[in-house]
Design a protein around this ligand. Structure first.
Ligand code: WT7
Length: 645
């Protein structure tokens, strides 16, 4: 495996960038030549952002697992594909070579076939971070089933909604998952999600924690038993399904500004090529580097930079089951030392939380194998950037600040390690093929600088290969969410700055979406969950700056009874009840950090909640609340300010 398209210096970046924008078909067509195709494409790109309709490599036939596994077997069969570090450091780690991974994926693909899974079926995967999760994902791709991984932190209700939306027919799960000192009963959550479900035929349960689980005859089967059957059949190889370039590869649910998460759909060839290209270039990946992405496969970062990007490049992907603070806050550093990790890709929230433990936990761990550091998920504050640079990278590792989204499939704006210059707090340069512009609220391109900076809403003018293709089951939703706000542009939902050198700094969401510890949460979704709590009349949720999480969730709640006190106890108890409801409806990740009981919400005469005012109160910026004269009842603001937490 070699990467002839790996960019080696600044001039080459500028050259590639120019070519990619002037002639995207030629640019991506040449890169695509380096992959394994059953049949070459007829046309590299056809698109319009009106419908939208985006088609890359039409007519091409391929299977992504042949590109991630089979094509490496001859030259790199014994190279580790996945190194897995368990939650408990006392437990043995596992190393799975390309040959072994190929074998395991074939075996499990046969399990899926034996259980009746067919090309195009939607398979929900709800597992902890064990190698079997990657195997399940790849086995789906091998037979052309569409995987939809759900993060282990989501509740039964969230899973039920997603199963319904995707019309999923199969589930792959575990008995439980180990995360830090906790043991999460995944199968029990699935059982709750399945009450009343009519579409699921089968649940395949992989053993991890050996927690007691109920196994329903005719519906639930054990992973290990199913593998034994495949062995008894004597099957070691499963032919990969021939997929169209534009066949959907997976659905991944993500929050937006409406109450219901949407199923972002990525298709096969474009996603594969783009995640591969960005992996190789942003991280300047060299064969045999140990690449450690600390994300969970339940999020897009894990899909693209634990599974598909690294494996398509014949890379070695380190997968970690646990959390950064277990058994102590030195866990990442001990893993880096243990496996001589070369590239670390993590989130600002993790860096900030580890910073809080001081330098002690780093001591005694040799971090000298590190060459490159990366961050993703939210803007990184300068303090965290410098700490990462000094204490983890020892000022010798470039830090790549990678901006992208579930919908973009892969990294969109980032420096390339050691190739293009980085800048603390700035994602900097667009990837080849990515054409970002800033527009004002009317959609006009911002061209004027103010104090050396342009400021606007971040949009993309032309498709890149991993553009989302649709939102599952509702194409209109995809159109209105991303392609209607500004004519003929993909709107990211983020605000950004651009300097005279053409570098970008992402300032954060400009819609009603929060970013809590790098996870996207829609305010409307949290409000819906709070409103389901008995006794809640109405609520409004906003974000506020949080030292570790980036943003915290602040909920203003109108509750029957006086300020949250009723026959059910004190307001503290009612707060806890509401948190419990949110945990049930969405999951613990969406729990508000603060709940303030209020008598009324600031509304305009037409009944719209003025979130701007609530945001100011939550941020503690009472002085800059601004004009309240358009409110139906301006006095509610004073009351809320008085009760602010
Ligand atoms: C939102 C996307 C992409 C994987 C993780 C999150 C924010 C992401 C950065 C960054 C500033 C960032 C944006 C974006 N974001 N990376 N490097 N700098 N902001 O994926 O859940 O789809 O969230 O995360 O606001 O829109 P996601």
């Amino acid at each position: 495996m070699s990467y002839p398209y790996q960019i080696k210096n600044l001039e080459a970046y500028h050259e590639a960038y120019k070519n990619s924008i002037e002639n995207p078909e030629k640019f991506w067509g040449e890169i695509a030549e380096h992959f394994f195709w059953r049949k070459k494409w007829d046309k590299v790109l056809e698109w319009n952002f009106k419908e939208p309709s985006i088609k890359w490599f039409q007519g091409g036939k391929l299977n992504i697992t042949e590109n991630c596994l089979d094509r490496h077997l001859n030259t790199m069969g014994d190279t580790p594909a996945i190194i897995w570090e368990p939650n408990n450091p006392e437990e043995q780690h596992r190393t799975i070579t390309y040959k072994q991974l190929h074998h395991k994926v074939c075996q499990f693909a046969q399990v899926l076939i034996n259980n009746g899974v067919k090309k195009g079926d939607r398979v929900c995967i709800y597992m902890g971070m064990i190698p079997e999760l990657a195997i399940a994902v790849l086995a789906c791709a091998r037979i052309g089933a569409i995987h939809s991984v759900i993060f282990g932190g989501f509740s039964a209700q969230s899973i039920a909604d997603r199963l319904e939306d995707a019309q999923a027919t199969f589930i792959i799960t575990c008995d439980g998952a180990f995360r830090g000192a906790k043991d999460i009963p995944l199968k029990a959550v699935i059982d709750d999600a399945l009450i009343g479900n009519k579409t699921i035929h089968r649940v395949i349960v992989c053993t991890r924690t050996r927690t007691a689980v109920s196994m329903i005859e005719g519906r639930d089967v054990w992973w290990e038993d199913e593998i034994k059957k495949v062995d008894a059949q004597g099957i070691h190889f499963v032919e990969a399904a021939e997929m169209d370039a534009e066949d959907p590869l997976f659905i991944l649910y993500t929050s937006g500004s409406t109450g219901k998460p949407k199923g972002v759909v990525h298709s096969t060839a474009g996603y594969m090529i783009y995640t591969h290209y960005t992996f190789v270039n942003v991280f300047q990946y060299q064969l045999h580097d140990i690449f450690f992405c600390t994300a969970d496969v339940g999020w897009i970062t894990g899909h693209s930079y634990i599974v598909y990007g690294p494996l398509s490049a014949g890379g070695t992907s380190l997968m970690f089951e646990g959390i950064p603070t277990f058994p102590d806050a030195g866990r990442f550093w001990s893993i880096i030392d243990k496996f001589k990790v070369n590239v670390l890709y993590t989130a600002p929230t993790a860096i900030r939380s580890l910073m809080g433990f001081g330098l002690g936990p780093i001591q005694g761990h040799d971090l000298s194998s590190l060459k490159i550091l990366g961050t993703v998920g939210e803007p990184i504050n300068e303090e965290a950037w410098h700490w990462y640079d000094e204490h983890i990278g020892h000022k010798k590792c470039p830090i790549v600040d990678t901006w992208w989204q579930t919908e973009t499939g892969g990294i969109m704006i980032s420096n390339m390690a050691g190739i293009t210059p980085g800048k603390p707090g700035w994602a900097t340069y667009p990837m080849p093929g990515v054409a970002p512009i800033l527009v004002d609220d009317k959609g006009n391109e911002v061209t004027e600088m103010e104090e050396g900076l342009m400021r606007g809403n971040l949009c993309i003018t032309q498709p890149w290969p991993a553009t989302l293709r649709t939102t599952y089951g509702d194409h209109e939703r995809c159109r209105t969410n991303y392609f209607v706000t500004y004519d003929n542009l993909y709107f990211t939902g983020d605000g950004a700055l651009k300097n005279s050198e053409g570098q970008f700094r992402i300032t954060g969401r400009v819609d009603d979406v929060l970013n809590v510890s790098g996870h996207r949460i829609g305010t409307a979704e949290v409000e819906n969950a709070i409103n389901m709590h008995s006794g809640v009349v109405e609520s409004a949720v906003v974000g506020y700056p949080h030292d570790i999480k980036g943003q915290g969730i602040y909920a203003f709640v109108i509750y029957t009874g006086s300020h949250g006190q009723d026959t059910h106890g004190t307001s503290d108890l009612v707060r806890k009840d509401i948190l419990q409801t949110v945990t049930r409806i969405i999951g613990a990740i969406a729990k508000p950090d603060k709940i303030q009981f209020v008598a009324g919400l600031p509304k305009t005469r037409s009944g719209k909640i003025m979130r701007r005012i609530l945001r100011k109160i939550a941020e503690g910026e009472i002085k800059s609340i601004g004009d309240t004269s358009t409110l139906l009842d301006p006095s509610v603001v004073d009351d809320i300010v008085k009760g602010a937490i």
